[in-house]
Design a protein around this ligand. Sequence first.
Ligand code: DAH
Length: 330
Amino acid sequence: MTNNLEAQLLALQQEGEKAIAAADTLERLEELRVSYLGKKGQLGALLRSMGQMSAEERPKIGAIANTVKESLQTSLDQQRTALETAQIRLQLEAETLDVTMPGIYRPQGRIHPLNGIIDQALDILVGMGYTVAQGPEMETDYYNFEALNTPPDHPARDMQDTFYLPDGNLLRTHTSSVQIRYMEVEEPSIRVVAPGRVYRRDNVDATHSAVFHQIELLAIDEGLTFTDLKGTIKVFLQSMFGDLPIRFRASYFPFTEPSAEVDLEWNGRWLEVMGCGMVDPNVLKAVGYDPEVYTGFAAGFGVERFAMVLHQIDDIRRLYASDLRFLQQF
Ligand code: DAH
């Protein structure tokens, strides 16, 4: 009886260990655990027959049953660890990245040469204490001309061929209009720079465009003189173009008196780069400033011109064509 039970227990252990070692999924392993060690499992069933055993047989068989149970439990644990490890390894292999595979190329954007010049100019002027301001591109006659000392029949209007709108307004011909708008709402002292788009009824060719960009600057204070204008322009132009000779040439603008054009010596010849002058007393009066107290200077230049000189661009139209072969060079 005892020997028989002992043999059955050892047979159960052997058979169980074999089955456990052969289990290839965690689900199968769990089935085996229930089948051998579960409440209604095979080991339990064998032990229930211990009831008929004598008092001295019992501890012996009990000890053997414990060994069998522990041994099966150990086998189950080991197989579980092995299956889990294998599963993780499979997952790692499946999720491996091939770092030698070619990537997806995304071309990098670039700053447009016009924006590049605007950024550079504003950086310099902001560094000199100027504030950036903007105004509308659709403008009234008053801000574009009249307040800038250019009344309706003034011959200087011929200098700027204008797009008039049906309602009597116009597309601004220069960013000088921002001077008036800024002075109307601010009090001296003033240091302001106004970048923006402007419009002229020009026929398009290599150096003309009906839409282009200007940057205007304006300084108003007590006691500003032409010397301040010259110093400011010189520092600004030399920051943009390098340490090159510049000259001031007498000129005429309705909104400045005296007025000048500034030339830069570039590749051995004089190149006209901007207009400037001392703000005309009539302009100061138009915004309610007392010209006996305040003086100031103003200047304006074309962004396209600067870009074409600095980047050696031969045709203004390249700046608007959005041709990546051109734009990628900057
Ligand atoms: N507004 C002028 C133009 O479009 C440029 C200019 C000249 C602006 C002299 C100024 C200035 O402020 O003082 O040609």
